[in-house]
Each structure stands twice: as C-alpha cells, then as structure tokens.
Design a protein around this ligand. Sequence first.
Ligand code: ATP
Length: 292
Amino acid sequence: MKMMMEIQDISKQYKGKKILDNACLSIYAHQIIALVGKNGSGKSTLLKIIAGLIDTDNGAVIKHQQSLKIGYVPEITPSHILFTPEEYLFHMGRIRGMAPKQLQQKIDDLLEMFHLQESRNSRIIHFSKGMKQKVIIMQAMLENTDLLILDEPLSGLDPKAQSDLEETLSILKDNGLSIVLTCHETKLLQHLVDTVFVIQNNKIIQTDSFSSNHTQHNRLIFEIADPALLENLLPFLDIQQQNQVNSDHFEIVTVIKLEDTSQILEDLLRNHASIKQLMPINYQEEHFYRQF
Ligand SMILES: Nc1ncnc2c1ncn2[C@@H]1O[C@H](COP(=O)(O)OP(=O)(O)OP(=O)(O)O)[C@@H](O)[C@H]1O
C-alpha cells in the first residue's frame, strides 16, 4: 500500500495543557481511518493538524505525495443555507477560483455520486441533517481531492442516514480517496473503516483493523408500534438506540446473537414489526468502542 502522509512524533499543547505527545500515524492510499477517543482527547486537534490548519509544537507532518489535495469538513454543519446545493456549490467553487464550466461538471458529478440530483433545486435549509452533511462534504470535494478529513460525520444522523452516508463514503474510497474521520458512534462503522486509532493519554494507539471480523452477532434494525411488545424478547436484545419515528412507530437498533436471530425475527414479525436491516457484526469490537 502506498503511504500518503506520515505524522511523526507530533506534540501539541494548548495554554500549557498537553493534548498530543509524541503521537505518530501513517495514512495510506485507499484507506479509511477512524479516530476514536473520549471527549477532549484531541481528535479534532489531530484532524486539523493533518489538514494543515494548525501547527504542531514538535514533530513533523510529511506528505509522501506531491501536491496532496486535502478536503476538510468541520464538525459543525451550517444549517441555515438559503441556497440550493447547486447554487451553494457553484459559489463555493467560484470563490476558490474554479472555472465555471469545469465547476458545473464537477457539481453534476458530485450530485450524482451523493444521490442528490433530485434535490438539486431545493433549498439546503429544508434538507435533512444527513443531506446537509452530504452537501458540506461535496463542498470539500469540489477540487480534486486525495484525502478527505471528516470531523464527526455521522453525529446526529438517524440510522438510515448513517447507513446512507456510510455507503457514499465507501463509494468515495472505491473511487480512490482516503478518508480520516472521527467518530463516537463507531458501532455502525465496521463495514466501512479499515483501521481504527484510539487517542488515549495524548498518544495515538492503533487497534486491530475491522477486516478480521468474525460474525457471531447481527445488528438488527426494525420498526415497531409499541416497544412494550418486546418485553419477552428483552433478554435476547441488546438495544443500542430507540427513536420515535412518529406518534405510533419506534425505530429500534439492536445487537442480537447469531443463534437467536431466527427466533427473534419470527417473534418480531408476529408482533407486526417491520425489519429494516439485518447485518453481521463483531460484538467484541462493539463492546470495546462503547467505552468511548
Ligand atoms: N483553540 C484552542 N484553544 C485552547 N484549547 C483548545 C483549543 N482547541 C481545543 N482545545 C482543547 O484541547 C482539548 C482537545 O480538544 P479537541 O477538540 O481536539 O478534542 P476532541 O477529542 O475532538 O473532543 P470532542 O470529542 O469533544 O469533539 C480540549 O480540552 C479542548 O478544550
């Protein structure tokens, strides 16, 4: 694998408070990296260092590719944009000095890649959070990008929007991009991320990659009219999220054992639940990341 960037023994302090201390990280081409860690552990700081937005106190950030193009998407998504995505992206591209014809072609390509063609003439202010997140990522990709840096891209998205964004990020990776993202909700990431780094005690620690998953547990997402109907199933369900979709429907995200799956599905269908997603999961990793 071709190395894109190396973070060598970097240290960073804010007002005398140590955030990163001799931290190291390598980023390879076609790789998706997740950075996890407790609040305030330094994830956003590291992303900004990778993006070249802030300096380090010590150490080196070495780019192994000439003119490495980096797109950075901060954690806060501006939500009151009155433009349509097409207008917004056009203005942002022009501000960066892109030629109108080339810019329009890029916007068309991005709208298609992010499945937003049908909403190209609607105003961003009326978009869902997931759609707004996509527009902000598209904005970071207007110029050809090698490395995309995303601060908490899945934060605040419902499970469906998370899966949708995951799928888009996976397509971006297939198209040759590398991605570094921070995440608290790593539980939905195991099909996407190649390598996970944990920031702990000011250091960056690499954990096992997700690729060695074994599949003894499944993630099951379903809708049901009344969670009270789950009473008999509760010992078999590890409920991770419960969202009220409307006045008479709840969406429930659970982890279940492989051997319990058929019985649980049968019971749910008997209670008129509708199954939205069933996929294998590595439960050990799920437990590991919960501590963050
Ligand atoms: N510009 C700054 N000036 C002073 N302190 C800062 C600055 N930016 C970040 N910090 C501090 O550095 C520490 C690390 O912040 P950072 O945002 O990198 O953490 P994080 O892991 O991304 O946190 P979270 O998960 O809450 O987003 C925090 O204690 C934060 O208050």
